[in-house]
Design a protein around this ligand. Structure first.
Ligand code: G
Ligand code: G
Ligand code: MN
Ligand code: NA
Length: 254
């Protein structure tokens, strides 16, 4: 209850902030995207992880205003990066199920894009299988609206949920993000290697791009390149970092 009271005030007290983790294009080795990951600097408890406060935000409905703040902050940051980098960088935001079901979602996304001036294709929305599979009819309508706006849609933590292959085809999202639990045992774990290859083959067959998450070693990167994985994200490529670190990465790119 105490944490909930604090979370209510966190937004107005400026206690939330975003870290950004780079997504690297395997072929060019360039940063092509960054994922925004929220943190809460609690006045007494220090930094609190989203695994602790996002579930609370969902239960209390606070996820809607918090999610809107994340969206706007990430879009504004992405705009600032356009003037630093030599190529455009996409910013990815995690959407929780509650946000996806919010009837004002498309309006919130549109106004964040409008107010910041960010091109829709440079905003990526990460959805989970659980969010998408919950109510197929409503999902289709919302996805249609988001596609209409022109944002880049991806499925996060792919492989851990319950996707119907039939719906996957119809959802028409741009990218699958392979969950880090499949990547962590590579290259030794032959079963996870088989799953990873199968996801990449399926995604490419459906004309989707693939991002491997949780890439921690060079051996994993080499293997993923061999498998034809399009993008990689993980501690080996860069930890979730403050915007200034990303500035540096973008400035250093050719
Ligand atoms: O950054 P990381 O370690 O600690 O994130 C933990 C979890 O919190 C991940 O599942 C991530 O998707 C989720 N998360 C991080 N930032 C956000 C956010 O802005 N919105 C939502 N809904 N989830 C987030
Ligand atoms: O659920 P989602 O994929 O949005 O969450 C991303 C989470 O993964 C964040 O908590 C982020 O800090 C974490 N993460 C990012 N890179 C790595 C990595 O290389 N290894 C591990 N173990 N976690 C990572
Ligand atoms: Mn994510
Ligand atoms: Na993920």
């Amino acid at each position: 209850v105490k944490l909930e009271v604090g979370l209510r005030k966190a937004l107005q007290n400026d206690e939330l902030y975003l870290l950004y983790q780079p997504q690297i294009d395997v072929a060019s080795a360039q940063v092509v995207g960054v994922e925004a990951l929220v943190r809460w600097r609690h006045p007494e408890r220090g930094v609190i992880s989203p695994t602790e406060f996002i579930p609370l935000a969902e239960e209390t409905g606070l996820i809607v205003p918090i999610g809107e703040w994340v969206l706007r902050t990430a879009c504004r940051q992405a705009m600032a990066w356009q003037s630093i980098g030599k190529r455009p960088v996409r910013v990815a935001v995690n959407l929780s199920a509650k946000q996806f079901k919010d009837e004002n979602l498309t309006q919130i996304v549109l106004s964040a894009l409008h107010d910041t001036g960010l091109t829709p294709e440079l905003l990526e929305l990460e959805l989970t299988e659980g969010t998408l599979m919950d109510d197929a009819r409503a999902t289709m309508v919302t996805l249609e609206q988001l596609r209409g706006i022109g944002v880049y849609l991806s499925i996060d933590d792919f492989g851990t949920g319950y996707s119907s292959m039939n719906y996957l085809k119809r959802f028409d999202v741009r990218a699958l993000k392979i969950d880090k639990s499949f990547i962590s045992g590579l290259p030794l774990d032959s079963e996870n290697a088989a799953i990873t290859r199968a996801i990449i083959a399926m995604a490419h067959g459906l004309k989707m791009a693939v991002v491997a998450e949780g890439v921690e070693t060079d051996a994993q990167l080499v293997l993923l390149e061999e498998y034809g994985c399009d993008m990689v994200q993980g501690y080996y490529l860069g930890h979730p970092s403050p915007p200034e670190s990303i500035n540096q990465m973008l400035a250093d790119q050719c």
